[in-house]
Every structure is written in structure tokens, then in C-alpha cells.
Ligand binder design. Structure first.
Ligand SMILES: Nc1nc2c(ncn2[C@@H]2O[C@H](COP(=O)(O)OP(=O)(O)OP(=O)(O)O)[C@@H](O)[C@H]2O)c(=O)[nH]1
Ligand SMILES: [Mg+2]
Length: 649
């Protein structure tokens, strides 16, 4: 059996350094360094147990990778900065583990550089966690510096030593009181989930250490509390203690398997879960999966087809011939396997809803530098997007170009590098032009006669039309009030078609919306009239009418839904106002403690700037989703500039 740890948390919280230390606890080669922003898979053993760590990138733009890792992790190791003021940086990951139901351990890392008390850090994190966070160690300080820790269950004290395991010492006298207090708080939290412990406490007994550790393991497997340990991965401080806690307390893959079965409603036995795909030059698509049953090997039936061959999960060493339960591997020649899916022999079940993070709001048009690559680019982007829920690809309706949305500019850059390095596709990116529209603002009557005499048959059609503004959002409507067959019935659809044709491009250069056209009268000729003639007449007539109808530019307004820690809600109001938006209100987010949902209307043209402003105002933690709501008139200099920009682009 092999257990899997998702190592997650805010940027620069020492995750990769810690994974390196864990992997080398028993000596051996250092693992391969992380590659760019790709999650890194590291396998190691400790005291006879096999482990895999998925070292996730910390950038919020790559949060999806952490969610993907939670699909296959037995336990999440959430690295947090040693600063109560920075607790909010961990909020997206706390939110993720709680939504996923993954048993989690918090590691307050870089404790050598602590800025504040450990209990304040825990209290600040608690604002963003529905589970109670229980402190398992208290720091030993020498002045301001943390020089060791006391384990609150075993009541053993350890003095840190640089670069090596800590030394056992006696609990410093001046720490006794604090240690007792913290221990009581810990036991009390645990006793909420254990009747025996509750009685021990009520009867004022000192509960023996062994059973208390067993309770810790059980409450972790049942995901009742989130224990917090402290240390400094970079200095090897607290690393052995952390690994021992994982060894004794982290549940095995059977717990994950049961959780996934419940979440997906799988009826057949779950054999594996596929969580990530990588594309490599000359190798192709590698699907990373974790075996959740015995004996998965190449040629087996998995997800409704034959499993191809394996490559080692870590990208190093020998490919496994067969996977032990809980083991990770890359599967090649297995293109039928979809990532983010739970796999049975015959089926692939989409992962739980929490697996899809906030949708990407950074949209760009992506064009191949060489025209010949157009078809290849669109098919490869579609494949990448199918494997990565943070990326979506479609065709921009205005320009017909490929439009890619992802969480941010860093992600976009990494994606384009991948296109170039793996697929040999050079691309350029352009901003998505706003989808401007125009509409008339006053009613107009027009009379248009189309007549042409060329050699034999001529063309004749005569239409009288009224054009009137429709209410915003009502779109194009057509009616006729023709009397006495002045325009015969059979030509009327052609008149409507001609009117619609004219709306494709109005006098300002944009599609015309919200227009009511009525055919009131006209004339026809028994020989020279035709559908074509009426269509031409109506198009020209409406074009003329649009020019006289005082056309106005319309810009799209989006309804924007922000997901932000409550602490930042106030900061959003001035941002929305500065971007000429309108605040609609906010509510507590019922799905995540400490978060608000904030709603506003904003011009689509402000969304790019909003991404940057939101990021700086919320330290990267806030996200938003925007959806077209309505068109709004825009006048003056701003309108002139938009028209000029659109003409230039
Ligand atoms: N003071 C201190 N610094 C540390 C410790 N561990 C790591 N660092 C430093 O913290 C920085 C970030 O370390 P990484 O291990 O790359 O952090 P990470 O969480 O993997 O970063 P991302 O993957 O970018 O999110 C580096 O400069 C490390 O040297 C520690 O225990 N104490
Ligand atoms: Mg890292």
C-alpha cells in the first residue's frame, strides 16, 4: 500500500523544500527539481512505508492543480506562512480541502522566521475553516526565536538542530503553564469525537498517550479536525515529527476510495482515478493516475478500454510492471482516459463538483504566427483544455479567432510556452475586442425604391418602412401592416430578410440590436418584382433609416460574481466604482467559512483591469466570474474612443 500526500498552500510557503526533506529522511538522492509550474510527483519510503508526495505549485493561477491533487490524495499537507497577518493567503486552500473532504494537516512552516505567536496564527486560520484547527505542538522560544517544540500529546520537548533531527530535552519550566493550557484545549477538541476521552477528562484522569494518538488517527481519517504542527522544512526542524504524524495518522487509500465512491455514486469497484495529464515531446500524452485497487497493469481494462503502458510517476527510474494499491503512475497510449475522472473497469465517472475551481477570467485571442498551423492549434488547444479544467477554449464570435480563457497572465504564458516547446506552435496573443453593438434612439420612416433595367428582365421593389427603437434586450422584431396587397404576401419574408441583413453592420460599424421594423406600404411590379429585389430594397431602406435614427453605441455590461474572503469585501466597493461599475450587494458564502459572494455590474471592457486590481486588493486570493447581462448606451469621448479602437483593430 502506498499513501499519497498533496502538498499544497500559498506561494513560497516552503512546500517544495519540505518535500525534498521528506523524500530524503532516509538518505538517498534528492528528488528531481520542480519543473516550472507543473505539479511535481515525488516517491519515497519512510520506515518501511511507501509514500508519494504531489508537490503542487503555489501560484493562485494554478490552484486547479491542487484541486486535481486532492482527487487522489489520502491527506493534504497544507503549508502556511508563520504569520497571523498572512492567514488569508491560505484561505483558498483551506476552502479546497474542506470542499473536497480531504483529511488535512496544517504545517506552520518557516517557523524560524515566525512573525507572531503560533496560537494567533491558528486563530487567524480558523476564520477560514469550518473544521476546528487543533494545535498539536507549542513552540519553545529563546527570545523571539523559535528553537524547538513541545508535542502536546506525548509531552516531549525537542530542541531544533540545524539541518538534522531535533534533540530530546526537558520541557522548559517557563513553558509548563502554556503547555498545560494548550494540551487541555487539544484534548477537549478531540474529546468531542470520543466518549472515552470525554470521560477521562471529566474524571480528571491523565489519559495515556497511546490511545490519544489512536484517536488522532481516527479523527483525521474521519476528517473531523485539522491538526496543526510547526517547523521549518528548510532547516529540517519539525520534519521528522511531521513525517511520524503522517505515518501514524494519515489514512490509507481505502478511505479515499470510499469517499470517491460516495461522491461519484460509482456502482462498480473503483480501480483508479486520473487527475492530471502532461504532454511531452516524442512521448505524447501522459495521464497521471493513482491505483485504488490491487494489481492494475498495462493491458488491463480501465475506463472502458485497454490501459496502455506505464511511465514512472516521478518521471525517473523504472516503469512499474504493476501498481500497488495507492501507487501513482503515468499512463501512455491511454488516450481514452479523461483526467478529473474516477475510473472503473468499464466506466469513467466525472469527479465531484468541487474539482472545478473558479473558471478562468483572463481571456485572450490566440493566433498562430504561421497560418498553416491554424487547424493544428485549434485541435491541440481543445485537447489541452479537455485535460485542464482551468482552461477553456472557444471561437470568439466577433472575430472568429480562437479565444482562450485561463486564470491569469502567468497561466497564459505557461500555456503558450507549452504550445511552443511541446507542439512546436508559435503563437501570438491579442486582447479580446469588446462586443460592441449599436441601436437607434428615435423612430424613422423611410421610403426606398429599388429599380434596375438591364437588358431583358428588370428588378423592381418599393417599400415603405418605419424603424423604431425596441426596449433594451428585446432584439430585432418585424411586423407588417400592408393593405390591399401593395406588397404581395410572398415577398414579405424577403423584406424581413433584407431588414435583418441591414442590421449586420450599422452606421457606426457594429451590429444593430433592439430594432423594430414595420413594413407599412410599398409597390410591386408583376414581371420585374422578385424576392431578391424586395430583399435589396428593404436592406437599403433600413440602412438609410438607421442613419437617420440617431444611432448610439452600446457596450456589454456583465454581471460579476466575486468570491472573496470577507475581510476584503469593503475594498471592492471603490474598485467597482472606479471601473464605472455598480455594486449590487453581497452575502455570506454559505459554502465556505470566512468568504463572501459580492455581486456587481461592470462594463466588459473593465474586466481585464479588474483582474489586476482584484489581485492586488485581495493578495491574489479573490476570484470572479462574469456573465453577460445587458447592453448599455455609451456616449461622448469614451464612445468615440471605442469606435476608433474597433476600427483600428
Ligand atoms: N526561513 C525559512 N525559509 C524557508 C524554509 N523552507 C523553505 N524556505 C525558503 O522559502 C522559499 C520558498 O521555498 P519553496 O520550497 O520553493 O516554496 P514553495 O512553497 O514550493 O513555493 P511555490 O512552489 O512557488 O509555491 C525559498 O527561498 C526557501 O529557501 C524554512 O524552513 N525557513
Ligand atoms: Mg514549490
Amino acid at each position: 500500500m502506498q499513501r499519497c500526500i498533496a502538498v499544497i498552500g500559498a506561494p513560497g510557503t516552503g512546500k517544495s523544500t519540505l518535500v525534498d526533506r521528506l523524500a530524503q529522511l532516509e538518505g538517498g538522492q534528492p528528488p528531481a527539481a520542480p519543473q516550472g509550474h507543473e505539479p511535481r510527483i515525488v516517491e519515497f519510503s519512510y520506515l518501511g512505508d511507501s509514500w508519494t508526495a504531489i508537490d503542487c505549485p503555489g501560484s493562485i493561477e494554478f490552484l486547479q492543480d491542487s484541486l486535481d491533487a486532492l482527487l487522489v490524495a489520502d491527506v493534504a499537507l497544507l503549508c502556511v506562512p508563520p504569520d497571523p497577518e498572512a492567514a488569508v493567503l491560505s484561505a483558498p486552500w483551506l476552502r479546497a480541502v474542506e470542499a473536497a473532504g480531504t483529511p488535512s494537516i496544517i504545517f506552520i512552516n518557516q517557523i524560524d522566521a515566525a512573525r507572531g505567536r503560533v496560537r494567533d496564527i491558528v486563530a487567524a486560520l480558523q476564520d477560514y475553516a469550518g473544521h476546528s484547527i487543533v494545535l498539536r505542538q507549542v513552540p519553545i522560544r529563546d527570545g523571539d526565536r523559535v528553537v524547538g517544540a513541545v508535542d502536546l500529546i506525548s509531552e516531549r520537548a525537542w530542541r531544533y538542530r540545524e539541518g538534522e533531527p531535533s534533540a530530546l530535552i526537558a520541557i522548559p519550566e517557563d513553558l509548563r503553564e502554556r503547555e498545560h493550557e494548550a494540551r487541555e484545549a487539544l484534548l477537549e477538541s478531540l474529546s468531542d469525537f470520543d466518549d472515552w476521552l470525554m470521560e477521562e477528562i471529566i474524571e480528571d484522569h491523565e489519559p495515556p498517550v497511546g490511545p490519544v494518538y489512536s484517536i488522532c488517527a481516527r479523527v483525521l481519517a474521519e476528517n473531523r479536525v485539522i491538526p496543526a504542527l510547526i517547523g521549518a522544512g528548510g532547516h529540517m526542524n519539525g520534519v521528522v515529527r511531521l513525517m511520524k504524524a503522517l505515518r501514524h495518522e494519515a489514512p490509507g487509500p481505502e478511505v479515499l476510495r470510499a469517499r470517491l465512491a460516495a461522491a461519484t455514486g460509482a456502482e462498480a469497484p473503483i480501480l483508479a482515478a486520473a487527475f492530471h495529464a502532461a504532454h511531452r515531446r516524442h512521448v505524447g500524452r501522459i495521464v497521471h493516475l493513482r491505483a485504488l485497487a490491487d494489481g492494475l497493469k498495462p493491458g488491463a481494462r480501465l475506463g472502458g478500454d485497454t490501459l496502455g503502458s506505464f511511465v514512472p510517476a516521478s518521471g525517473r527510474g523504472q516503469a512499474p510492471a504493476e501498481l500497488a494499491p495507492g501507487q501513482l503512475a503515468g499512463a501512455v497510449k491511454s488516450d481514452h482516459l479523461a483526467t478529473g475522472h474516477v475510473l472503473t473497469a468499464d466506466g469513467q465517472l466525472p469527479g465531484p463538483a468541487w474539482l472545478t475551481g473558479p473558471t478562468g477570467q483572463h481571456a485572450r485571442l490566440i493566433r498562430p504566427v504561421h497560418d498553416k498551423d491554424e487547424v493544428k492549434l485549434s485541435s491541440i488547444l481543445a485537447r489541452i483544455a479537455a485535460d485542464n479544467r482551468a482552461i477553456s477554449v472557444g471561437q470568439d464570435p466577433e472575430t472568429g479567432a480562437l479565444r482562450v480563457s485561463c486564470p491569469g497572465p502567468l497561466h497564459m504564458r505557461v500555456l503558450r510556452e507549452q504550445l511552443s516547446e511541446v507542439f512546436g506552435l508559435e503563437t501570438e496573443e491579442l486582447p479580446v475586442p469588446p462586443t460592441l453593438r449599436e441601436a437607434i434612439t428615435r423612430p424613422v420612416e423611410v421610403h426606398y425604391r429599388h429599380r434596375k433595367q438591364t437588358g431583358g428582365a428588370g428588378q423592381f421593389a418599393d417599400v415603405k418602412l418605419t424603424l423604431a427603437p425596441n426596449p433594451r434586450g428585446a432584439g430585432f422584431t418585424f411586423a407588417e401592416t400592408v393593405k390591399g396587397g401593395a406588397v404581395p404576401r410572398n415577398y414579405i419574408p424577403a423584406v424581413e430578410q433584407g431588414a435583418r441583413d441591414a442590421c449586420a453592420r450599422g452606421p457606426l460599424g457594429f451590429p444593430v440590436v433592439d430594432l423594430a421594423v414595420t413594413l407599412t406600404d410599398g409597390q410591386h411590379h408583376s414581371v420585374d418584382s422578385s424576392d431578391m429585389a424586395f430583399r435589396i430594397a428593404a436592406r437599403a431602406g433600413v440602412q438609410q433609416g438607421l442613419e437617420q435614427g440617431a444611432p448610439v453605441l452600446l457596450q456589454p455590461i456583465h454581471q460579476v460574481r466575486f468570491r472573496i474572503p470577507s475581510a476584503f469585501t469593503g475594498a471592492l466597493v471603490p474598485i467597482v466604482s472606479a471601473l464605472k461599475g455598480q455594486v449590487l450587494g453581497y452575502d455570506r458564502d454559505e459554502t465556505a467559512r470566512g468568504w463572501d459572494i459580492f455581486r456587481a455590474l461592470l462594463p466588459a471592457s473593465a474586466l481585464d483591469e479588474l483582474t489586476g486590481q482584484l489581485r492586488s486588493a485581495t493578495q491574489g486570493v479573490g476570484s470572479f466570474e462574469a456573465e453577460f447581462d445587458h447592453y448599455q448606451e455609451i456616449y461622448g469621448k469614451e464612445a468615440e474612443k471605442m469606435v476608433a479602437d474597433a476600427r483600428a483593430g
